[in-house]
Design a protein around this ligand. Sequence first.
Ligand SMILES: C[S@@+](CC[C@H](N)C(=O)[O-])C[C@H]1O[C@@H](n2cnc3c(N)ncnc32)[C@H](O)[C@@H]1O
Length: 235
Amino acid sequence: MKSDHYRDFFTAENLMGPNSIRLLDELLTVCPPAFTRTDKVLDLGCGTGLTSLFIARETGATVYANDLWIPLEVNRDRFAAWNMQQQLIPVHEDANCLGFQKEMFSAVISIDAYHYFGGKEDFFADKILPLLKPGGVALIAVPGMKNVYDGQSETLTSPWLGDEAYMFQSALWWQKTIGTHEKIESVHTWEMEAFEQPWQEWFATGHEYALDDLQYYESIIKPYTGFVGMVIRKK
Ligand SMILES: C[S@@+](CC[C@H](N)C(=O)[O-])C[C@H]1O[C@@H](n2cnc3c(N)ncnc32)[C@H](O)[C@@H]1O
């Protein structure tokens, strides 16, 4: 896996949850990109920009690394330290009101972030679809429920997630919520293969949030949850 080459980056400083690079690697394997430097990709909810680094290096695209919680200057300095300032453009905007030009991006990619803002009917059609070029693609990975526990997130995960439990939904739910539109070619959602490794690599960072998650791994995370992959193609 290409993601193995990034092991040195799997630290408490860079990761913000289960290893996002493993999730991204699976999405790019399912949907291999063919980008050049002139292609623009939006990494939506990029966090520290580790996923943006992977996208830039592995696809060659120019990446707009957008996040809400991490200040723009912090990511700008990090990208310079990685010597990637030519290819990684830090942006600080709320996904609910993005100011990018229409049809600017060949792809919108979002790892472990879309569930914070995208779980509303029409969100994809109203906010994301207009940003994609004709023929563009959205690649999304979120934590969620296994399909067999569809609709049971609040009952089954509240001891771990508290009032954020509603954000964990199944692949079936996301398929319906992304919805249909005259400009959407196809929507494919699935339960991702990646599971044990991204979690174990998160725990291995020793991050205080990782140690908290670890307490719920056997009782809640492993039996009921997984990661949901989504590939949405624009006509
Ligand atoms: C768990 S972190 C994941 C970060 C990164 N994608 C990764 O996988 O390492 C979730 C990210 O979603 C971002 N986020 C949450 N709500 C957002 C919003 N409304 N607009 C933009 N980003 C948002 C946060 O800023 C945070 O960095």
